[in-house]
Design a protein. Structure first.
Lengths: 132, 413, 413, 132
């Protein structure tokens, strides 16, 4: 039952798509997909997510991990997708030195971001303003 | 319910510090803390003869000391070999897991006397490597990889809290101001200066005069942003340290002291590691569940507590803790801190030892370090920071990571 | 003595393998093992509803998955959140520490049903990095720094044993020959070929005919020296895997099955980590102490055992184990192995599942992996490797590092 | 009480000297020094060791840790010092490809060995034949 939830997620992410799990019992949606619901323990099914949502919280990282030394400062946001899931991602399209311009509730859209972490290229979840 | 009563008959700890322990290894810090615990046992104890097992919390020895298998290694250095010994880990609550393992081992009837310990030797790595080691407590895939750091995760919680309750960063500064004051009364604290004293010193150097402590925190270049809106003084420091306690069954306790502490309540709680999987960003469900279990087993309510140690790895964490432990209502922390409710002279003294902010946070040692403070407050040996009326009941609250784990223990005289 | 009885009501594990799990993370392996454990519960179990806590052994997630705080992370993936969850570590016996923590938690009266688990996802690193991760279990200062590796430490023990008892490397080869035979009967084993089958395959490729299995082990270039006198086939492989068991109190057990296993005895032992601090190089004192405690609590003697799982990370470790567990006298292992005493059809079947050598050794999963074998042997579901007369009593023996830790558990039907 | 047992040991080792602990209760000697006896839990005193002893076990490492890649194969020995302590060290003066020439019971003498481990220079315990 467990094979590939995470490898599927990253394969999809690399192709620019966001996937999650929906609980068959309580309807909760989670990212990345997993076999059992984190809320009620019910079984889940894998779902494709549109990736649009609103900022529920954000921060600007000034003291980054070693592998992101050259990328800081950068903005991280928790975004509530329309499908219900909360997702953390890098927030693009805003100036990290002007956090007052980032507003809670702002509409954003998912984007896959390719980034160098040391020697490795990684694909991570990012968001940018919906209007852009 | 526990089948057997469990008692604390001794406790000890090293100073928590970034400087004092430069030439010592984790195992040597453990010896130092244990030595003090031995001396604290009223009727004396002989480790090798009396102690039957050792449980020890150490979050990331792999990174700091290129070492694991800490249980038997510590046993050797404490003269405890061949007694059973293993390590426990739930991030920053690792020594609370050791305390839990010790409590259940005694309550199960298997042992009468066990040592529980915690240690973290952090200053062997540079700050950015420590940041990386700490990040192991968050979800590597959903958080670390995306660029989250621990200050960043708590900053996300702070922003959600501010938004929900209309609270401000300025209000939050009551936390470090109180905790540095308490730390100034604690000879084992990492920082033993009030923020006022620091402001004066920094002001002199820069030729500036700060109006008050908040003015310093707001306007000093020293208090730089780490993860917006959290600044340097919203974060606990990086410390070395170890802490130890001796547990005994009801049968055995009186062999060691006539005035043991009794474990009244115990609770562990868990939440999803990644913030994005949490049901609520303005509260730690793990704390609420752990507290509920601890209050239930102790059969007491928050208003019965005389002294409380909470996990303030970041300022916002202390606000969440006092609410999730039921010391104040949801959203009431800002007002409670303005009114001084949690000061040493307040109604519910919180973090009388300076908290993680001023006392320091050698991760694996923190839970049992808190127990040391309750040990002293309940026995009336807390010196200048002793709460007014000798405390009868104390609580320890220790969090792992950004709140995926929490442990709560309640002790009585 | 334990205040309350503890029972095993379910068990499950993944295959142990270097290939099958390439695309899975540790958390996914845990789900797979748990799924099997759920199906093994005769009257059914609902994890989220029935299980009250999770204890999990994982030796070095920091290196393999850049991840710690495994307790709550696993809880999320197993649908167990918000139940208490933490990790235990004593090197290669990490999941035995989890089993111990689960046993004492149930015996203490705190919980009625707990999940205990072990996992190690090792193949994410190259072999030389795995060697480095494993070396964290030895003393960094006295051993790793000087150039000791795990095969090297066991080679030192082998040499001391050979010298004391006049035994030879050739005699020792009965261990891998037996264990590969047993592995060939176990569909979950890492290696499912007898050494004879391998000899034929390799022989064909090289155009050589090996006289017998020993001839192959002695003369095949394939069986190169790793740490003299130990060769490749004296060492267990690097595997991925997870194993799980469900524990219940006496009150709760019958809700899940009418035929639980009962925990009869439990013992943990510790010795100094560094070989240079040991009193004896031809025996593991930690095993002897753990066994003594387990036999005492179970009130049985070695001759009462029907099936035994021992920690054969290296061939010499199996000899030491059967002696230290009292299955044969000191120095008698060579003769006992020549006589086939420990074969599936022998008087005391040892490592019927193939042992660490053939079944594999995903470090943190090994202890509870052994419990899975005893589960099947005692319930008569061990398939082609089932011991002759349905077994009544089984023992699990799990070692940490080069013998600084040992755990022994005895189970009965 | 604990300060400096290990830092003292390494300072002495770098200067070519071997130190240990002797238990005041049972007389056992251990290397490196430590505050409490690993045998009986008694208090110890730090002692200087002459460093002569006999090989009690040995092995040849053919698959080394990463930081010793270029040093392998090498010989490791457990040596019983005249003072009673057992000590692990690198065995010098023998050919790692001829393990049959290393005999149990051979007399050896301590020597501090300086060695590159990656970027760092480390000083470790070594032994060489007494006759040499
Ligand atoms: Zn659900
Ligand atoms: Zn002694």
């Amino acid at each position: 039952m467990s094979e590939g939830h995470l490898s599927l997620f990253y394969k999809e992410l690399e192709a620019g798509r966001l996937t999650g799990s929906k609980c068959k019992a309580c309807g909760e949606v989670f990212v990345p997909p997993r076999p059992l619901c984190s809320r009620c323990g019910g079984e889940t099914e894998t779902v494709s997510l549109k990736g649009e949502g609103a900022i529920e919280s954000f921060t600007v990282i000034h003291v980054p991990p070693v592998f992101l030394k050259d990328a800081s400062p950068y903005i991280l946001a928790l975004v509530r997708l329309e499908e219900g899931a909360l997702v953390m991602g890098r927030l693009l399209g805003y100036d990290p030195s002007k956090p007052e311009e980032v507003k809670m509730g702002l509409k954003v859209r998912f984007e896959a971001l390719k980034e160098k972490h040391g020697e490795k290229e990684e694909t991570i979840v990012a968001f940018k303003p919906l209007e852009a | 319910m526990l089948a057997e009563g469990v008692y604390i008959v001794g406790a000890g700890m090293t100073a928590f510090s970034a400087k004092l322990h430069a030439n010592k290894t984790g195992r040597e810090l453990l010896v130092e803390a244990t030595w003090e615990a031995v001396k604290s046992v009223d009727k004396g104890i002989t480790l090798h003869k009396d102690v039957e097992a050792l449980f020890i919390g150490y979050f990331t020895p792999e990174y700091y000391e290129h070492q694991s298998h800490i249980g038997p290694l510590a046993a050797t250095w404490l003269g405890l070999t061949p007694k059973p010994a293993f390590r426990t880990e739930i991030a920053c609550a690792s020594s609370s897991a050791a305390l839990f393992a010790g409590v259940t081992a005694v309550a199960s009837g298997l042992y009468d006397v066990v040592l529980v310990a915690g240690v973290e030797k952090m200053t062997s790595l540079e700050t950015e490597r420590v940041t990386e080691a700490l990040a192991l407590a968050s979800d590597d895939l959903s958080e670390s990889k995306v660029g989250a750091t621990f200050p960043g995760l708590y900053a996300l919680l702070a922003q959600a809290y501010f938004r929900r309750y209309g609270a401000t960063w300025e209000q939050l500064q009551r936390v470090p101001i109180k905790n540095h004051y308490n730390g100034s009364l604690n000879p084992k604290a990492h920082f033993q200066q009030t923020i006022g004293q620091m402001a004066e010193k920094v002001g002199k150097k820069l030729g500036v005069q700060y109006k008050d402590e908040l003015d310093f925190l707001k306007n000093s270049p020293f208090n730089r942003v780490v993860a917006y809106p959290l600044r340097l003084f919203d974060c606990c420091p990086i410390s070395d340290g170890a802490a130890v306690a001796v547990l005994a069954s009801g049968r055995a306790a009186r062999r060691f002291t006539d005035t043991p502490l009794r474990l009244l309540g115990v609770g562990l709680g868990t939440d999803n590691v990644a913030l994005q999987d949490r049901a609520d960003l303005t509260s730690l469900v793990a704390t609420r569940n752990a507290a509920e279990a601890a209050y239930r087993t102790a059969d007491i309510s928050p208003k019965d507590l005389d002294v409380v140690e909470v996990h303030d790895c970041f300022t916002i964490a202390e606000w969440l803790a006092v609410e999730d432990l039921g010391l104040v209502g949801r959203g009431e922390a800002p007002r409670a801190y303005e009114e001084g409710l949690t000061g040493i002279e307040g109604e519910i003294p919180v973090n009388t030892d300076g908290g993680l902010k001023a006392k320091g946070h050698p991760v694996g040692a923190t839970g049992i370090g808190m127990l040391n403070e309750v040990w002293h407050q309940l026995r009336g040996t807390a010196g200048r920071r002793q709460v007014k009326n000798k405390a009868e009941t104390g609580l320890v609250h220790n969090v792992g990571g950004s709140g995926a784990s929490a442990a709560v223990f309640i002790f009585g005289r």
